[in-house]
Design a binder for this molecule. Structure first.
Ligand SMILES: *Cc1c(COP(=O)(O)O)cnc(C)c1O
Length: 372
């Protein structure tokens, strides 16, 4: 009765259903200065103190890192007033999002995320053998009622990027609390706060309070964005003790490299550098929004360090045409067709030069002037 064994190893169901994540482009045409505005990286770079710590780590490459990441967990705990025992570090928050999914989701289980939610959630769910459940948004904002309506007895996890990438929109903390209050207690709510430091809204909170006061909420953070350490792959999460325990059982024993741990400790101590990045964003996010809207394009209001720019479907003025036009000038934005947004491009707030060049290039593009 046994079916014939396959002729070669076959991945578990779900694996081949995954469309691999396609990162933002990073190449400009030969001879053109590159302005990479495609991956929400900071134009300010990392703290010089982090770079120094990273270089110092090069002197002891033969030693394994501290698998418990205690120095970094204590530094994070001290900064935010958190119990280090409830912090888990990862090789980017991507790793933590995947570990959380693998710990709580298996075949037959469902995981919910919203329409334009970060694509890593879908990949993590499929990789775990789970079923992604995608919930419509309203005006590019996650819809709490729709998420709650999508919960079934099979739901194990709900992902909310707050603010969300690629839309830049956010849910006020009251809404996040309402979402949490409506979830059954066995459903894990994952708050992905990768851009929390950039948000300047009185009604926003990253979710620390909710993690502290409940048994089913986790908040993920990253050193890739405002801290400028994307190359090193470093993230952390704050979780209930029982969730941290589960993650610590399934993670690799040395999942974060030593140079990343040491750079992280130095970076988190440099408040002035973070403040500078926030001030830069405060200046240029509204400027870019206004200038681009003045060209007749629609910009989704963003609280992050990036903007979603919507193009008309008019022939010659599509997002695809704009992408090609900008690329000719070395301005690399992020195509977001994979998010179901074929008529939009995501623009990371860059340095002054890049920001001015983008606006000028978009102006020329909209006027229909020929190439670069
Ligand atoms: C960039 C980003 C992350 C961070 O990824 P890392 O793996 O830490 O580099 C997580 N979530 C969202 C929504 C992001 O945009």
């Amino acid at each position: 009765m046994t079916a014939a064994a396959p002729a070669r190893p076959v991945p578990r169901p779900g694996v081949l259903a995954i469309e691999a994540y396609v990162p933002g482009k990073s190449a400009a045409p030969a001879g053109v200065k590159l302005h990479k505005l495609s991956s929400n990286e900071t134009p300010l770079g990392p703290s010089p103190r982090a770079v120094e710590a990273y270089k110092k780590a090069a002197e002891k490459l033969e030693f394994y890192p501290d698998g418990s990441a205690i120095a970094l967990r204590e530094a994070i705990g001290a900064k935010y007033g958190l119990d280090p025992a409830r912090i888990v570090c990862g090789a980017g928050s991507d790793e933590l999002l995947n570990l959380l999914t693998h710990a709580y989701v298996g075949p037959g289980d469902e995981g919910i995320y919203s329409q334009y939610g970060f694509l890593v959630y879908k990949i993590a769910l499929l990789a775990a053998g789970g079923t992604p459940v995608v919930v419509p948004e309203k005006d590019y904002v996650a819809d709490v009622d729709a998420i709650l309506a999508a919960v079934t007895p099979r739901t194990k996890i709900v992902f909310l990027a707050n603010p969300n990438n690629p839309t830049g929109t956010y849910l006020p903390f009251e809404e996040v609390k309402r979402l949490h209050a409506g979830l059954p207690p066995h459903v894990l709510l994952v708050l992905d706060a990768a851009y929390a430091e950039y948000v300047r809204r009185n009604d926003y909170a990253s979710g620390i309070e909710l993690v502290s006061t409940s048994d089913n909420v986790v908040m993920c953070r990253t050193f890739s964005k405002i801290y400028g350490l994307a190359l090193l792959r470093l993230g952390w999460c704050y979780a209930p003790a029982h969730v941290a325990d589960a993650l610590n059982r399934i993670r690799g024993p040395f999942n974060v490299g030593g140079p990343a741990l040491e750079a992280g400790v130095a970076a988190i101590a440099d408040d002035a550098h973070v403040a500078e990045a926030v001030a830069h964003n405060e200046r240029w996010l509204p400027w870019l929004t206004q200038e681009i809207e003045a060209l007749g394009l629609t910009v989704t209001p963003s609280v992050g360090n990036f903007l979603l720019v919507h193009f008309p479907e008019t022939a010659g003025k599509t997002a695809k045409a704009a992408d090609a036009f900008l690329t000719q000038r070395g301005l690399i934005l992020r195509a977001v067709g994979a998010y179901g947004l074929p008529n939009a491009l995501r623009l990371t707030v860059g340095g002054e030069e890049a920001n001015r060049l983008v606006v000028q290039a978009l102006r020329d593009f909209m006027k229909g002037e020929a190439g670069a």
